[in-house]
Design a protein around this ligand. Structure first.
Ligand code: PGA
Length: 263
């Protein structure tokens, strides 16, 4: 995992957008893995800006990480709606090339395995954008989720429901369909975006301690092509001595292959 530190989350998002631009310039029919939440909003703003300058998404396919269970596509809290408003409606992507795990199929299992099969059919994800939860979840793979899972129905943790209830407009869903850790791990490359002290704290634990399902993010230390983009606030916590497990000698994330400061 290579760590890149930026002054602000916005700077990190802009760099991620340039990676997406470079990928599409190299491969017009690139397959992107996309995330929702607060973190990637500036990334999508920047992508829209790049689109206005000529970057085309007409051959691009996207797979979103997750969707709340039981919400219709037009529900104000659905991730389909989030993606439509924050990205899809503002670039030239074809709607039929945008995939989000379905919560409206008759069988969740079918929805899950179909989703993973579709990703493979489209050639696999070239670049997965990831946010992380303050408990280290990736997608909605909450602590204790088995690493081997593909796309599946899951219960949201209390912590996630607490954090996300401030951004849902109606009642907080309790379940979601999420790409599993195995589905995420299959992406050819991954950019993780994170900002602020709480995210810095869980990254520090993930990169310094054991690889464990208790911190889903920790498994990505084994992925061969991960860029972790953090802001200064997160990095300050990642490199502070506070709360370091007593057995570990150094506060520098010891699973980081390289650390680059971009400010
Ligand atoms: P956030 O969510 O970007 O709203 O902090 C990230 C996540 O839960 O994965």
């Amino acid at each position: 995992m290579n760590v890149n530190v930026f002054e602000t989350l916005e700077d990190a998002c802009h760099e991620a957008a340039y990676h997406i631009e470079a990928l599409i310039n190299r491969k017009h029919n690139a397959v992107l893995g996309l995330a929702t939440g607060r973190t990637p909003l500036k990334l999508y703003e920047k992508i829209i800006h790049l689109h206005k300058q000529g970057l085309s998404f007409k051959d691009v396919t996207t797979f979103n990480l997750d969707e709340y269970y039981g919400l219709s596509e037009n529900h104000p809290d659905s991730y389909r709606r989030y993606m439509a408003e924050n990205l899809f409606n503002q670039v030239d992507i074809k709607e039929e090339n945008t995939f989000i795990p379905s919560t409206t199929y008759g069988s969740h299992i079918r929805a899950g395995s179909e989703y993973d099969a579709l990703i493979i059919e489209k050639g696999g994800i070239d670049l997965q954008i990831l946010g992380i939860g303050i408990n280290g979840h990736i997608g909605f793979n909450e602590p204790s989720t088995a690493f081997r899972l593909n796309t599946h129905l899951t219960a949201l943790s209390k912590e996630t429901m607490h954090v996300n209830k401030n951004i849902v407009q109606e009642s907080m869903p309790t379940q979601a369909i999420t790409m599993g850790i195995q589905s995420i791990f299959k992406a050819k490359s991954i950019i993780i975006l994170a900002s602020g002290k709480e995210k810095g704290n869980i990254i520090k634990k993930a990169l310094n301690g054991l690889i464990t399902p208790e911190i889903p993010l920790s498994i990505l230390a084994l992925h061969p092509n991960v860029l972790l983009f953090v802001d200064k606030a997160a990095y300050a916590v990642m490199t502070s001595d506070e709360d370091m497990p007593p057995t570990l000698p150094s506060p520098i994330p010891n699973k980081a292959l390289s650390i680059r400061l971009n400010f």
